[in-house]
Design a protein around this ligand. Structure first.
Ligand code: ATP
Length: 467
C-alpha cells in the first residue's frame, strides 16, 4: 500500500506528465525564470526553430510577452489566460513550483488549447474588448493629436529660424523643454510642433494651463482621483492628465503659477516616474515627456524662493526663448499675410490684402500681446472693412488705444453692459499692471479666482492688452 506522501508524489508526477502529454505545450522555468525544460509540442506551437538554444535563456527571450516571471516572482498561479503569439491566441495556464519548504523554485506553464474556439464565448468577448480598447485608444490619440507642426510657426527671420532649428533638435530628444516668452509668442504652438515631430507623435499631447485651474483642483487634475476618494459626482474616480499623457507629451503652461506644495509633488513624479492618485496609495508608473512654458521670469522666482530650484533645473534641460513680435519686425509682413489669409478662410469672407502704409502701421505698434494680439487686431479690422484691402484707418479703428477711448462723436451714453465691461476691463488691466502680468496675483487682488480671471480676459477680448 502506498503511503499518503507517496500518493501525493505520484499524483503530482502523473498530473504533470498527463498534462504535458495532453496539452498542446508545456514549459518549465527555474527561480530566475530561465527555461529548463519544454515538451515536444511546445517549440512547434510557438514557432521556436531550435529548442536546444532556448534552454537556459530568460523566458522572455523565447516568448516575448510571457507572464511566467510574474508567477515566479509573485508565487501566484495564473489559472487561465489568453496569450497572443504573433497572429495566434493560445489558452494557457501557469502554476508556481514550490520545494518541500514552500519556496518558489520555478513555474510550469501549459498551453491548454492552441485553438481558443474551445472557449469561444470567453475568447470572442476578450477579442471584442481588445478591439474596442484599440479603437478607443486610436480615437483618443486622434482627439489629442496636435493641431500645429513646425510649418505652422510663421517667421523666416534669423530669430525665428534659429528658434525653429533649436526646437527641431529638441524634438529628437526625450529631454524636458522649458519655453520662455511673453504671452502670445507661440509657446504652445511650438510645444505642439515639438511633440508632432518627436517619436511620441502618435501618442497623446495633453496640455494643462496651470493658471486657469483653481489651486485646490490642480492636484486632482494632474494625478487623477481614486474611485471612492470623494462622495458624489466623482465617486467612480477620474484619470489625471499625467495618466492621459502616458507615453506622450504633457504640456505645462504657465508653470510659474504653480504653488510650492504642488511643485514638490510634480518634482517627485518627474524624478520617480510614478505618482499616486488623490485618495489612493497605489503608485502608478508613467512615462511622459514634459514641455513647460511660462511668461514669467523663473530664474528670478528661484532667487526669490517662489519657485523650487531643483524643479527649475529638472525642467530646464533645453530652453527655448520665443522672441516678442516687436523684436522680429522682419517677420511682420509674412505673419500679417498668413494671418489675413487664415482669418478670411475661417470667417468665410473673400481674400484680403494689406497696403504698405498699413503694414508700416503694424510695425510701429509694440504688440504686448504679440501674435495673438496681431491676429485679434487683423480679425476685427477685416470684419469692419468694406473693401478687400486693409488700410491704416481700418487698423487704427481697432488698435488698443483707439478702442479704449470714448467715442468722439455721437452720444456719450453707453449701455449698461458696455459700462460694466469697461469698468471690468479697467480693473483687470490695473491689477495685471500692478502684478506685472502675474495672473494669480492679479486674481487675488481682484478677489476672483484665476479661472474666473481667465474667463473675463477672454470674454472682454483683453488678451492683447493683458501682457
Ligand atoms: N510664429 C507664429 N506663427 C503663426 N501663428 C502664431 C505664431 N506665434 C503665435 N501664433 C498664434 O498666436 C496664438 C497664440 O499662440 P500661443 O497660444 O502658442 O502663445 P503662448 O505663447 O502659448 O501664449 P500664452 O503665454 O498666453 O499661453 C495662437 O493662435 C497661435 O497659433
Amino acid at each position: 500500500m502506498a503511503t499518503r506522501d507517496e500518493l501525493r508524489r505520484l499524483a503530482s508526477e502523473s498530473l504533470v506528465s498527463h498534462f504535458s502529454d495532453l496539452c498542446e505545450g508545456a514549459v518549465i522555468v527555474d527561480a530566475q525564470s530561465r527555461v529548463v525544460w519544454m515538451n515536444d509540442h511546445y517549440p512547434g506551437r510557438l514557432g521556436i526553430v531550435d529548442p536546444s538554444l532556448a534552454i537556459g535563456q530568460p523566458i522572455e527571450r523565447v516568448i516575448a510577452n510571457s507572464q511566467m516571471r510574474q508567477v515566479v516572482e509573485s508565487g501566484k498561479p495564473i489559472m487561465l489566460d489568453i496569450m497572443d503569439v504573433g497572429e495566434e491566441s493560445f489558452v494557457v495556464s501557469r502554476l508556481p513550483l514550490r520545494d518541500a519548504a514552500g519556496m518558489v523554485v520555478g513555474a510550469v506553464g501549459f498551453i491548454l488549447y492552441d485553438d481558443p474556439r474551445h472557449l469561444a464565448p470567453v475568447v470572442s468577448r476578450y477579442q471584442q474588448l481588445r478591439a474596442d480598447l484599440a479603437d478607443a485608444e486610436r480615437k483618443l490619440a486622434e482627439a489629442r493629436r496636435t493641431k500645429y507642426t513646425f510649418s505652422s510657426f510663421i517667421g523666416a527671420g534669423e530669430a525665428s529660424t534659429e528658434l525653429k532649428q533649436a526646437a527641431r533638435r529638441a524634438a529628437r530628444t526625450a529631454s524636458s523643454v522649458l519655453i520662455l516668452g511673453e504671452t502670445g509668442t507661440g509657446k504652445e504652438l511650438l510645444a505642439q510642433a515639438i511633440h508632432a515631430a518627436s517619436p511620441r507623435a502618435d501618442r497623446p499631447f495633453v496640455a494643462v494651463n496651470i493658471a486657469a485651474v483653481p489651486e485646490t483642483l490642480l492636484e486632482a487634475e494632474f494625478f487623477g482621483v481614486a474611485p471612492g476618494a470623494y462622495t458624489g459626482a466623482d465617486r467612480r474616480g477620474r484619470e489625471g492628465k499625467f495618466k492621459l499623457a502616458d507615453h506622450g507629451t504633457l504640456f505645462l503652461d504657465e508653470i510659474g503659477d504653480m504653488s510650492l506644495a504642488l511643485q514638490a509633488k510634480l518634482l517627485r513624479t518627474l524624478q520617480e516616474r510614478e505618482f499616486e492618485a488623490v485618495g489612493s496609495n497605489r503608485l502608478v508608473a508613467v512615462d511622459v515627456r514634459i514641455i513647460a512654458a511660462t511668461s514669467r521670469n523663473l530664474e528670478q522666482m528661484v532667487a526669490d524662493g517662489t519657485f523650487r530650484a531643483d524643479l527649475y533645473y529638472r525642467l530646464n534641460v533645453i530652453t527655448l526663448n520665443t522672441p516678442p513680435l516687436r523684436e522680429r519686425p522682419e517677420d511682420m509682413a509674412l505673419l500679417a499675410e498668413y494671418l489675413i489669409e487664415l482669418i478670411c478662410r475661417q470667417l468665410d469672407i473673400p481674400a484680403h490684402d494689406i497696403s504698405s502704409p498699413a503694414l508700416n502701421r503694424l510695425l510701429r505698434h509694440d504688440w504686448p500681446g504679440n501674435v495673438r494680439e496681431l491676429a485679434n487686431v487683423l480679425e476685427r479690422a477685416l470684419l469692419m472693412t468694406d473693401i478687400d484691402l486693409l488700410e491704416v484707418a481700418d487698423l487704427e479703428r481697432v488698435m488698443p488705444k483707439v478702442r479704449d477711448s470714448v467715442p468722439a462723436a455721437g452720444s456719450n451714453v453707453i449701455g449698461m453692459a458696455e459700462a460694466v465691461a469697461q469698468a471690468e476691463r479697467k480693473a483687470i488691466l490695473a491689477a495685471l499692471d500692478e502684478s506685472r502680468g502675474n495672473k494669480a496675483q492679479a486674481a487675488r487682488s481682484l478677489g476672483i479666482s484665476r479661472a474666473a480671471l481667465y474667463e473675463k480676459i477672454a470674454a472682454l477680448g483683453l488678451t492683447a492688452d493683458a501682457a
